[in-house]
Design a protein around this ligand. Structure first.
Ligand SMILES: C[S@@+](CC[C@H](N)C(=O)[O-])C[C@H]1O[C@@H](n2cnc3c(N)ncnc32)[C@H](O)[C@@H]1O
Length: 257
């Protein structure tokens, strides 16, 4: 499991929040959930929002990072913060709403994971999930290329980073046997980033984490320089000095039959 840095992650908070809010508005208005789980809740922003939206519900926020959960625990809302791996998640009671924003792409085997999640839902319960389509995005292919070429290659071989997603049809096939409605869509956001090497700074908050954990301290600066050089041609600065980061995300909203 990579370490997480809540402050670095929240540096681009507005951009990282927007897909979560785009997902939340697709949760049916009439849903009156009693049990809500936010899987991979991070610093707890959306679990807190769900608690405010459904004050009668028991809201659980689960994450495997103690650093992210420490930040979440500072929130005033009455939320059950759970330190655990989504892969081992086995709630005691049927769940009315499973929410997961930008977390499940860190787990593999989605053909089995998604039916397992749907099985935890109560009848009529909702699975609402958003995942970055990271694996094939240039900032990730160039990261893997950088990791494979250089004196750090041995240390970075076999890093447990983000996983490739299924094609959207794969999520339909995984969920349709258990769910009455399966709604799938992708959106590509065009993030306008400021400053020096903003794609590296963005990645330091997410996809770079396991690489930074594994590379030796003396190799960290040359590794990041090599990554920066590869990114420069893929993400040129615009005339006004900003850098555009196209970011595709896959959304899944399914209702248990
Ligand atoms: C990109 S952050 C998203 C956090 C939050 N959902 C948000 O939108 O702000 C991904 C989170 O998923 C958590 N995570 C990744 N793999 C996990 C796993 N297998 N089990 C539990 N949490 C996991 C990480 O610790 C991290 O906090």
């Amino acid at each position: 499991m990579p370490t997480w840095d809540p402050s670095q992650y929240e540096r681009y908070k507005a951009y990282r929040d927007r897909p979560a809010l785009d997902l939340l508005i697709q949760v049916p208005e009439g849903l009156e959930p009693r049990e809500i789980w936010d899987l991979g809740c991070g610093t707890g922003e959306h679990a807190a929002l769900l608690k405010r939206r459904h004050p009668e519900a028991v809201v659980h926020g689960l994450d495997s990072s103690t650093d992210m959960l420490a930040r979440a625990r500072q929130r005033p809302e009455d939320i059950d913060w759970v330190s655990a791996d989504v892969a081992d998640w086995a709630p005691d009671r049927p769940v009315d709403l499973i929410f997961s924003n930008a977390a499940l792409h860190w787990l593999g085997d989605h053909e089995r994971l998604f039916p397992r999640l749907a099985e935890r839902l109560s009848s009529g319960g909702i699975l609402a999930c958003q995942m970055p389509v990271s694996w094939r995005a240039p900032q990730h292919t160039l990261l893997r290329e950088t990791a494979a070429h250089g004196p750090w290659a041995d240390a970075l071989a076999g890093i447990d980073g983000v996983k490739p997603l299924l094609e959207p049809e794969g999520y339909y096939d995984a969920l349709a046997p258990l769910c009455a409605d399966v709604d799938l869509w992708t959106t590509t956001y065009l993030h306008v980033l400021d400053g020096e090497d903003p794609v590296v700074e963005w990645m330091k908050g997410s996809g770079l984490r396991p690489y930074l954990d594994a590379v030796s301290p003396e190799m960290q600066a040359p590794f990041l320089d090599a990554y920066r050089r590869r990114l420069a041609s893929a993400f040129p600065r615009r005339a006004d000095g900003s850098t555009l980061l196209p970011f595709e995300r896959l959304f899944v909203v399914a209702r248990r039959a």
